[in-house]
Design a protein around this ligand. Structure first.
Ligand code: GTR
Length: 423
C-alpha cells in the first residue's frame, strides 16, 4: 500500500514539474479556453447591484478586499512621511519652460529608515499644475536629459545596455530613457510630470528583507505574511505617499494627479488607483498579466508563469491560482472596475502578445457596466478597434503598432484624453 502511495506521489510530482518545464505560452486565439467572466455588478452572494450605493457600500468593498487579500496583498499598517526635503530645485529647467524640484521623502519605523526621491517638473505660468505621476525602471536620471538629476544609490537590476553591471546606477545611462517620457509635450500641454525610481521603494528582486517591507517587520520576521503585500503593492504604496506630498505642495493640483505606468509598473498604477481614490485617473501601458489582461484567457503570460518568474510581485495567496485560474472568483476587469467612475486608459501594443492585447481590451469592455452605473461612457462593444485607432471615453483603449514599450504616440493619446477628461 505504502509503495503504491509513494509511486502515485512520484508520478504526480513528475507530471507536475514536466508540465511546468514545457510551459509554452498560448498565442492562438482558438486555444483560449472557455471561461466565465464574473459579473462586477453581482456580489459573491449573488445579489444584483443596481445602484451606486450598493456598488460603493457592498460590491466595491468586497472586490477591493478580495484583490487585497488574494492578489496584491495588504499593507500591514499606516506609515506617514517622517520628513520632506527639497534636495534640489531650479526655476529655470528645460530651457526655461519648466521648474524642477527633487524632493526626498523619508519614512521611519522599527528603527529603520527608507528614503525615496520624487523628480518633479512643473510648467511655468500655471498656478496649480495637474500632474502625470509614474515610476521609472532605471533611475530618474534616465528619464530626462538634464545633468542636474540626482543618480539614486538604490539597488538596480543589472542591464548592460544601461551600463549597469554591479547593481548600481551610474552616469552612463543619463537620458537613455527619454523616449519613454515625452517631457516637452507634457509640459507644453500644461501638465507637470513626477517620476520616482521604483527601486528606491522596493528593490525588484525576490528578497523581502529590504525595501519598504522591512520597516514593518516584527523581530526576526523576514517576509510578509501570505495575505500581505508583495512588491507591486509596495510600489503602489509609494505612489500614495507621493500623493500625500502633492497634497501639501501649493504648486500642484492634487485633485488632478493621473497615475501612469508601463508593464510591471502599469500593474502598479492600476492597483494604486484602485486602492487610493485620490488619484484622479489611471493609465496602464502594456500592463498585461496581473494588470489589465484577463487571467482566465491564459493567453501569453499566465498566473503560474508570473508567480514563478517573479515570486515577490504578488502576495503569497495569489500562488493558489497558479494553473488554477478557474477558481478565481474575480478577474482583472474587476480591478479596472474599482477605478470607476474615474477616467481609465488601457493601452496595448500589437507585437506585445505576451501581455495579451485582446485580454487587456476585453477587460475594459467587461468593466464598463460599472462606469455606466455612474452615467459614464466606457467601451461599448466587444470588438477591438484597429491599430492606431483609439477609443477615448471615460474608459479609453488603444492598440498601437509596435512592441512592448512607451512611445510618443502613447503619450500623445494620454495627454489629449487627460485634457478632455479632467478639464
Ligand atoms: C516581463 C513580465 C511582464 C511585464 C514585464 C515588464 O518579464 O513577464 O509581466 O511586467 O516583464 O515589467 O517589463
Amino acid at each position: 500500500m505504502k509503495k503504491i502511495i509513494v509511486l502515485f506521489m512520484l508520478t504526480a510530482i513528475i507530471q507536475y514539474s514536466s508540465s511546468q518545464y514545457v510551459f509554452k505560452p498560448n498565442y492562438d486565439e482558438d486555444k483560449v479556453p472557455e471561461y466565465v467572466v464574473s459579473n462586477p455588478l453581482k456580489t459573491f452572494q449573488g445579489k444584483e447591484v443596481k445602484t451606486i450605493e450598493l456598488w460603493e457600500n457592498e460590491r466595491r468593498p468586497e472586490l477591493l478586499d478580495f484583490f487585497t487579500q488574494n492578489v496584491y496583498g495588504e499593507v500591514p499598517s499606516e506609515l506617514a512621511i517622517t520628513s520632506i526635503e527639497i534636495v534640489e530645485q531650479s526655476a529655470d529647467a528645460l530651457e526655461g519652460k519648466a521648474r524642477r524640484k527633487q524632493i526626498e521623502l523619508a519614512f521611519e519605523n522599527n528603527g529603520k529608515e527608507l528614503r525615496f526621491k520624487i523628480l518633479l517638473y512643473l510648467p511655468k505660468g500655471i498656478e496649480k499644475a495637474p500632474l502625470f505621476l509614474g515610476y521609472n525602471f532605471y533611475g530618474n536620471h534616465t528619464t530626462i536629459n538634464d545633468p542636474h538629476i540626482i543618480i539614486s544609490d538604490a539597488w538596480s537590476n543589472n542591464n548592460a545596455s544601461f551600463g549597469i553591471t554591479n547593481n548600481k546606477l551610474n552616469d552612463q545611462s543619463r537620458g537613455l530613457r527619454t523616449s519613454r517620457w515625452c517631457i516637452e509635450k507634457i509640459i507644453d500641454s500644461g501638465f507637470g510630470l513626477a517620476t520616482i525610481y521604483y527601486g528606491e521603494v522596493d528593490p525588484d528582486k525576490n528578497d523581502m528583507t529590504d525595501g519598504i517591507h522591512s520597516l514593518f517587520y516584527s523581530e526576526g520576521q523576514q517576509a510578509p505574511a501570505s495575505n500581505e503585500w508583495g512588491s507591486i503593492a509596495a510600489w503602489s504604496w509609494g505612489l500614495s505617499r507621493a500623493m500625500d506630498y502633492f497634497e501639501k505642495d501649493a504648486d500642484i493640483d492634487a485633485t488632478k494627479v493621473i497615475v501612469f505606468g508601463h508593464s510591471r509598473l502599469g500593474k502598479t498604477s492600476l492597483w494604486a488607483a484602485a486602492a487610493d481614490q485620490r488619484f484622479a485617473a489611471a493609465i496602464s501601458n502594456n500592463s498585461g498579466c496581473g494588470g489589465a489582461a484577463l487571467s482566465k484567457r491564459k493567453f501569453g503570460e499566465t498566473i503560474w508563469r508570473i508567480n514563478d518568474s517573479f515570486p515577490h510581485w504578488f502576495c503569497d495567496n495569489f500562488k493558489k491560482y497558479s494553473n488554477n485560474e478557474e477558481q478565481l472568483p474575480v478577474d482583472q476587469h474587476e480591478l479596472l472596475a474599482l477605478i470607476a467612475p474615474r477616467p481609465l486608459y488601457v493601452a496595448s501594443a500589437e507585437e506585445d502578445k505576451w501581455a495579451d492585447p485582446r485580454g487587456e481590451f476585453l477587460s475594459t469592455y467587461y468593466a464598463t457596466p460599472v462606469y455606466e452605473l455612474y452615467g459614464k461612457t466606457g467601451i461599448k462593444k466587444p470588438d477591438m478597434p484597429s491599430v492606431n485607432n483609439p477609443i477615448q471615453n471615460t474608459v479609453a483603449y488603444h492598440i498601437r503598432t509596435g512592441k512592448h514599450n512607451v512611445t510618443d504616440y502613447d503619450w500623445e493619446q494620454y495627454i489629449k484624453w487627460a485634457k478632455e477628461q479632467l478639464f
